[in-house]
Ligand binder design. Structure first.
Ligand code: FES
Ligand SMILES: [Fe+2]
Length: 460
């Protein structure tokens, strides 16, 4: 049993933002600039959003073995995500219980205990205080659980993706994910054994609010304009066989791709209906990246008939799956949004590899596919993300015009039969509609108004 500690007087209603009129700040068709620029709202979000709902923390493959750890964040809380000696996954607060310094300054590693760099208190990877230097100097019983590290009380995984919440009343993770879990299953399902292994990341930091990235995660309206230079680069030599995101060029709303909102702030943009269903159909759309023609020729030479099916395993799946507030699956990548301050955010793209779970591919093919998957970092993650980040930074600048208060998200709203609500409550709309944004802001507002049952826990 682990001791639960309720946090602060209950209920706390948003501290410094108690008098804010949330219905005014977020309306059906527009949002107020303050939600992107006000430090008090940001601070409230760090509890009500990054704490009140499930936040993505890490992937199980990053801590595959007992005593593996990585350091991450939940909102601004520094965490150590660890697989303890018994194999249990924990999210420990990376915060020494003595005087509050971060305990672990490494990004990752393997250890049974953490020693604080300041005065040397030593903690087991279960979070329990193991010992302190010269304990005779304390009259207090240092076995009191208050000295054990705080930890996130609820940590759950879905198919390897680890999420955490401080809210004891939050739905179980799989119910919270609901229909988006099926899309995650499909994203994983094209890989052997339905698995990926997370590898290193491509890291960006931009000077803008974290929500600007989430607002863009399902946005099909900006592609042809914001990413024009990328589209032109991809297609300079392609002629009629346009690649990459070329299906945004002409009337994207009449294409079979669409967006779907599935509840709890989660949505996806599905460009898979644009694919030709044949071996090599996905690879044919793969955007230009250095050396790809050489790789393709090499695959054909070495793998013959299997080459195009194998190349599809390296191709970027054309679906953006977004789990509110900080997680996206795009192409072959996991993207995580990490707030830094009201006007600063990390946007991190983790690469993923496949594993030959049942040995059917063979070691050579797996190595070749994974090498090529890494090259896909040189497509959109490097040359598209910079376009988006430039927009986020310029929005943050634009929103400093304080008298001009509103951000509009009304594309598709009020046009008969355009936005469809289905029996399961999910909502579909053409690819360029902003229905996804209107819906995730309803969830944002619900969480900001809620009185979550917050707790942390410590080993007894
Ligand atoms: S702050 Fe960690 S031992 Fe003093
Ligand atoms: Fe974009």
């Amino acid at each position: 049993m682990t001791a639960l500690e309720k946090i602060g007087p209950q209920p706390t209603r948003l501290g410094g933002t108690a008098l804010y009129d949330w219905d005014y700040l977020v309306q059906e068709d527009r949002a107020h600039r303050l939600i992107y620029t006000d430090p008090a709202i940001f601070e409230a979000e760090m509890r009500h959003i990054f704490g009140g709902t499930w936040t993505y923390l890490a992937h199980e493959s990053e801590i595959a073995n007992a005593n593996d750890f990585i350091t991450r964040r939940m909102g601004l809380r520094p965490l150590i995500i660890v697989r303890d000696s018994d194999g249990k996954i924990r999210a420990l607060y990376n915060r020494c219980t003595h005087r509050g310094t971060t305990l672990c300054r490494w990004e990752k590693g393997n250890t049974k205990s953490f020693q604080c760099p300041y005065h040397g208190w030593n903690f087991l990877n279960t979070g329990k205080l193991r010992g302190v230097p010269w304990p005779e100097g304390y009259a207090d019983d240092m076995r009191d659980p208050k000295y054990n590290l705080a930890q996130v009380p609820r940590v759950e995984s879905y198919r390897g993706f680890i999420f955490g919440t401080l809210n004891l009343d939050a739905l179980p993770l799989n119910e919270h994910l609901g229909p988006i879990a099926t899309i995650i299953d499909e994203w994983l399902g094209r890989n052997p054994g339905g698995k990926v292994v997370v590898c290193e990341a491509n890291r960006f930091r931009y000077k803008g609010n974290w929500k600007l990235a989430y607002d863009n995660s399902c946005d099909g309206y900006h592609v042809a304009y914001s990413h024009r230079s990328l589209l032109e680069t991809e297609n300079r030599f392609a002629g009629e066989n346009a690649k990459g995101m070329a299906y945004y060029r002409n009337s994207p709303d009449t294409q079979p791709m669409y967006m779907r909102y599935t509840g709890h702030g989660n949505h996806f943009k599905d460009k898979r209906p644009n694919l030709e269903k044949r071996p090599g159909g996905l690879w044919a759309l793969e955007s230009a990246h250095p050396g790809m023609e050489h790789y393709e020729a090499d695959f054909i030479r070495r793998y013959g008939d299997r080459a195009f099916a194998l190349l599809d395993l390296a191709g970027s799946e054309p679906v953006n799956i977004n789990v509110f507030p900080n997680f996206s699956l795009l192409g072959n990548h996991i993207q995580v949004f990490e707030p830094v301050s009201v006007a600063e955010t990390n946007a991190i793209w983790y690469g993923t590899m496949i594993v030959d779970a049942d040995g059917s591919l063979g070691a050579d093919a797996v190595t070749d596919i994974n090498a090529l998957r890494m090259r896909t970092q040189e497509g959109f993650p490097n040359f598209g993300e910079v376009d988006d980040i430039a927009n986020f930074e310029q929005i943050q600048r634009g929103l400093m015009a304080i008298e001009d208060e509103w951000v509009y998200m009304n594309r598709g709203l009020g046009i008969p039969d355009r936005v469809k609500t289905h029996e399961d409550g999910s909502i579909t709309a053409p690819a360029t509609d902003e229905a996804f944004m209107r819906e995730h802001f309803k969830e944002w507002k619900r969480l900001m108004l809620a009185r979550p049952n917050f707790a942390i826990q410590r080993e007894p």
